[in-house]
Write a protein that binds this ligand. Structure first.
Ligand code: SF4
Ligand code: SF4
Length: 84
């Protein structure tokens, strides 16, 4: 099975891209990092299934274009720094 997204930024021929694109609708939730709560432990970076999180100088940064709003990082964060 293959997918083509001619008008999308990520024109990839894969199911992975299809799943990401399916979460780009108006009803998607925004994952946010509370900077004051982040202790830069990197736990969220390790568990994100689509590698949407990187570490800034002292806070986790979520790439909203890559994030599929799965909530895994919210559950993993030891300091309640991430919200959906
Ligand atoms: S919600 Fe899921 S996809 Fe988005 S940053 Fe967190 S773990 Fe990654
Ligand atoms: S798991 Fe929470 S505290 Fe750790 S880096 Fe990610 S957002 Fe920061």
């Amino acid at each position: 099975m293959s997918y083509e997204f001619v008008n999308g930024k990520d024109k990839k021929d894969s199911w992975y891209s299809a799943i990401q694109q399916s979460f780009k609708g108006e009803n998607r939730m925004a994952v946010k990092v509370k900077k004051e709560n982040c202790i830069a432990c990197k736990a969220c970076v390790d568990v994100c299934p689509v590698d949407a999180i990187t570490m800034g100088s002292d806070v986790a940064v979520i790439n909203e274009e890559t994030c599929i709003d799965c909530g895994t990082c919210v559950d993993e964060c030891p300091n309640d720094a991430i919200t959906l």
